[in-house]
Design a binder for this molecule. Structure first.
Ligand code: PLP
Length: 401
C-alpha cells in the first residue's frame, strides 16, 4: 500500500524497517500505528473542509490511549461511546467541552459521570433524559444534552446502517417534538442534534445526500427546540478501501456539500456549528497488524502459512466483523516486499477454528517460518474489536510510531 514505503525489500512503518520495529516491540503479533500518517490525514481533511466545520474523532475506531492522545491534539473534539472511553479521552487531555457521549443503554452511573465531567450527552432515549435531570439536580449543574435522532431515511450503500427504520439508536423523529418539550420542562441545557446514519461508505453522493437530509431534518426539529441549536452533528460514515476494486472516497463533493450547508446554517441556525464525526477514515489506513509465520504447511497441494495471531486479534480481517461475503484484506510479507518467486497461499492464524483465516488463496512472495505477515488497513476496529481472550493465546501489543 502506497502509504508505507519500502526500503531494501522491507516495509517501513513510521520510518522503521519492519524487522527492526518487530525487534524493538519485542514480540509478535502487534499493531503499529504511524503518527505521521494520522496527522497527515487530519491535515488533508482540514485543507478541504470548510473552516467552520468541526472535526471530531469517534474513538471507538481506535481507543489506544496514545492514539487518542495524539488525535485529541489534532481534532476539534472526541466522541466517546462508554464511560471507559470517556476516561481515556479525559486522561488524554481532551477538552470536556468538546467531548460528546453517544450510545444506547447508557447506565445511570455513566450519565452521572458525564454530567460531572461536563461533557455533552447525545441522548438516545426518554429514559436518559429523566436520569440526567436527576443527576443534574444532585450535582448542581445542568446536564448538557443533544438529542440523537433516528431519522426517517437511511445512508445508502453503507457497510452498517445505524439510522432509519426501527433502530436501538436515537429517538425516532416522530417522537422528537414531545421529547424536546420534555428537555425544556426538565431544565436541561439543550445544545442540539446528533444524526449518524451509517458507517464505511465509499459513495460521496450517498454521504452528501445523507448530510443534506440530516441538515433539513435538524432544521425542521429546531422549531420545537427549547433553546437555539448550537451543536449540529451530521455524522460521518466516510469509508476506506479494503478490497480489490474499491476506490478512495472522493472528498471534493463532500467538502463542497458541507460548505453549502454551512452557508445555509449561518442564516438558518446562526448559533450552530456543524460537526462531522469520523472514526475509521481518520485512523484506518495508518495502521498495520504484524504477525509472524510459525509454520508452513502443504495440504493436498495448498500452501498454508500458519501465523502466531489471527482472528483473536483481528476479527475484521478474518471476515467475521460485519462482512456478508468474506474478502481478503490487503496483505504483504513485510520483510520480503520485492522477493521472487510468488505463490498462491492461505494465511491462517493459530486458533482451532476454520474461521481463523487472514488471507484466502492469495498470491504472495514465497515465505516461511519467521517471516512477517502484514495486514494493511488495520488502524480501525482491530485490537479492541477482537476477541482477545478466545483460545488463551499470548496477549497482543500495540505501538504508536
Ligand atoms: C461507530 C460510530 C462512529 C464511527 O464510525 P466510523 O465508521 O468508524 O467512522 C461515529 N459515530 C457514531 C455515533 C458511531 O456509533
Amino acid at each position: 500500500m502506497q502509504q508505507f514505503p519500502v526500503r531494501d525489500g522491507e516495509l517501513l512503518i513510521g520510518g522503521h524497517k519492519l524487522t527492526t520495529l518487530a525487534a524493538r516491540v519485542g514480540q509478535t503479533p502487534f499493531y503499529a500505528y504511524d503518527r505521521n500518517l494520522l496527522a497527515e490525514r487530519v491535515r488533508a481533511l482540514r485543507v478541504l473542509l470548510p473552516a467552520g466545520v468541526k472535526l471530531h474523532y469517534a474513538m471507538k475506531a481506535n481507543p489506544m490511549p496514545a492514539v487518542v492522545g495524539l488525535m485529541a491534539g489534532l481534532v476539534d473534539g472526541i466522541d466517546v461511546a462508554s464511560a471507559g472511553e470517556l476516561k481515556v479521552a479525559l486522561d488524554a487531555g481532551a477538552d470536556p467541552a468538546e467531548i460528546s457521549f453517544a450510545g444506547p443503554g447508557k447506565r445511570d452511573v455513566e450519565l452521572r459521570q458525564s454530567v460531572a465531567a461536563g461533557v455533552l450527552v447525545n441522548v438516545e432515549s426518554p429514559r436518559e433524559l429523566e436520569v440526567l435531570a436527576r443527576e443534574s439536580q444532585r450535582l448542581g449543574q445542568p446536564a448538557r444534552v443533544a438529542l440523537r435522532v433516528n431519522p426517517d431515511f437511511e445512508l445508502k450503500g453503507s457497510g452498517m446502517k445505524m439510522g432509519g427504520g426501527p433502530k436501538q439508536f436515537g429517538v425516532d423523529v416522530e417522537q422528537m417534538p414531545a421529547v424536546l418539550k420534555r428537555v425544556g420542562a426538565l431544565g436541561l441545557a439543550f445544545e442540539g442534534f446528533h444524526l449518524f446514519a451509517g458507517s464505511q461508505n465509499l459513495k460521496a453522493e450517498s454521504i452528501c445526500e445523507a448530510q443534506q437530509n440530516s441538515y433539513a431534518l435538524a432544521l425542521r426539529l429546531s422549531e420545537h427546540a427549547p433553546a437555539p441549536v448550537r451543536f449540529l452533528n451530521l455524522g460521518g460514515g466516510f469509508g476506506i478501501p479494503y478490497f480489490p476494486g474499491e476506490q478512495h472516497l472522493d472528498l471534493a463533493p463532500i467538502a463542497a456539500n458541507l460548505a453549502a450547508l454551512e452557508q445555509r446554517c449561518r442564516q438558518e441556525l446562526p448559533q450552530a456549528s456543524i460537526v462531522i464525526e469520523l472514526g475509521r477514515y481518520l485512523v484506518g489506513e495508518a495502521g498495520v497488524y504484524v504477525t509472524r509465520v510459525v509454520d508452513r504447511k502443504l495440504s493436498r497441494g495448498q500452501v498454508f502459512l500458519v501465523t502466531d495471531g489471527g482472528l483473536n486479534h483481528h476479527l475484521s480481517a478474518s471476515g467475521n466483523f460485519g462482512q456478508v461475503l468474506r474478502k481478503n484484506y490487503p496483505v504483504a510479507i513485510g520483510n520480503r516486499m520485492a522477493s521472487q518467486p510468488r505463490e498462491l497461499v492461505s494465511v491462517v492464524g493459530p486458533l482451532c477454528t476454520p474461521l481463523d483465516l487472514l488471507a484466502d488463496r492469495m498470491e504472495l512472495p514465497v515465505a516461511g517460518e519467521g517471516d512477517l505477515v502484514v495486514i494493511y488497513q488495520s488502524g480501525a476496529y482491530g485490537a479492541s474489536a477482537s476477541p482477545q481472550g478466545f483460545l488463551g493465546q499470548a496477549p497482543l501489543t500495540e505501538v504508536l510510531v
